[in-house]
Design a protein around this ligand. Structure first.
Ligand code: FE2
Length: 287
């Protein structure tokens, strides 16, 4: 199979830790995916008001979150609620994201996720047995979509050795006003992994520091990566990235996949786990 990436793109990715690939996804396919996501959000019953935020750990002891690795679940924006916990906006506008196994449970998402082009990309970047371990439909709602603080994806998607690859697909135009991706070029080569997000018997989950030297990321050097609908941005698992709050009148929907190499070890204390009836799939067997 010919590689989807040319040598210049591979070199850019290796040097900078990210790669912007315009026009990866078809607009009609995106519209189908968005409709499916809308259906999930419309049907969602607000029985379990779990807020997912990388800023707070309020959700961390929540089974709803911990069991979402092989489910389809909705998580709310923190700003959608007042101090008394009352919802302030229409329910579908209050949802921050849907996660984390749509790619293995819903045909529409499966088709969109398991593409030969993505398998080619993963192989080209050195994965022996690429596997999509999680999918997230991120809404970044107009006016209330929250900040995602600077982090590396390997903190949350950890394998030994590290193998995480982030795949970020713009489902509508993303720009600085509605909270596009911000990346710290070259940071994947500059800094060792600082912490892992793991399961914990008392608190549900927690961040644990690695034994690596503590560093302070120069967040003032984060640069915005505006994207058009259908663009794909690859993110190395060790790349420092973030996004600003969406204070605009426009949502910023994105679909995000995380891949690992099944040839690597997946620790049992990783927060993300699958039950035996739905193990991580070898991408090659699905594409
Ligand atoms: Fe991330």
């Amino acid at each position: 199979m010919n590689s989807y990436l040319d040598p210049t793109q591979i070199q850019f990715y290796q040097e900078h830790g990210y790669l912007h690939l315009p026009a990866y996804a078809d607009h009609v396919d995106i519209d189908h995916l968005r409709q499916q996501a809308q259906n999930i959000m419309t049907q969602f019953e607000a029985e379990e008001r779990t807020v997912f935020s990388t800023q707070a750990q309020r959700h961390t002891s929540d089974r709803y979150f911990l069991e979402s690795g092989d489910q389809i679940r909705c998580f709310f924006e923190e700003d959608a609620f007042d101090a008394e916990g009352q919802i302030q906006v229409p329910l579908e506008k209050a949802i921050n994201k849907i996660g984390h196994a749509m790619h293995d449970l819903l045909p529409e998402f499966q088709r969109f996720s398991y593409r030969s082009e993505l398998l080619s990309i993963a192989r080209t970047l050195g994965m022996q047995r690429p596997s999509i371990v999680q999918s997230q439909y991120i809404c970044k709602q107009a006016r209330i979509g929250g900040v995602v603080r600077a982090h590396t994806d390997s903190t949350f998607i950890y394998s030994e050795p590290l193998s995480c690859l982030g795949v970020w697909i713009a489902l509508e135009k993303a720009h600085e006003q509605n909270g596009c991706l911000l990346v710290l070029p070259g940071s994947h080569r500059a800094y060792p992994l600082q912490e892992r997000f793991v399961r914990n018997a008392e608190t549900g989950t927690k961040f644990v520091e690695t034994t690596a030297e503590r560093v302070t990321w120069p967040e003032e050097k984060l640069i915005p990566i505006p994207a058009a609908k259908g663009d794909l941005i690859l993110l190395h698992g060790s790349l420092v990235h973030a996004s600003s709050a969406n204070r605009s009148e426009h949502s910023r929907h994105a679909y995000v996949l995380h891949l690992i190499d099944l040839a690597c070890h997946w620790p049992k204390d990783n927060w993300l786990q699958r039950r035996t009836q739905l193990p991580f799939q070898d991408m090659e067997s699905v594409v």
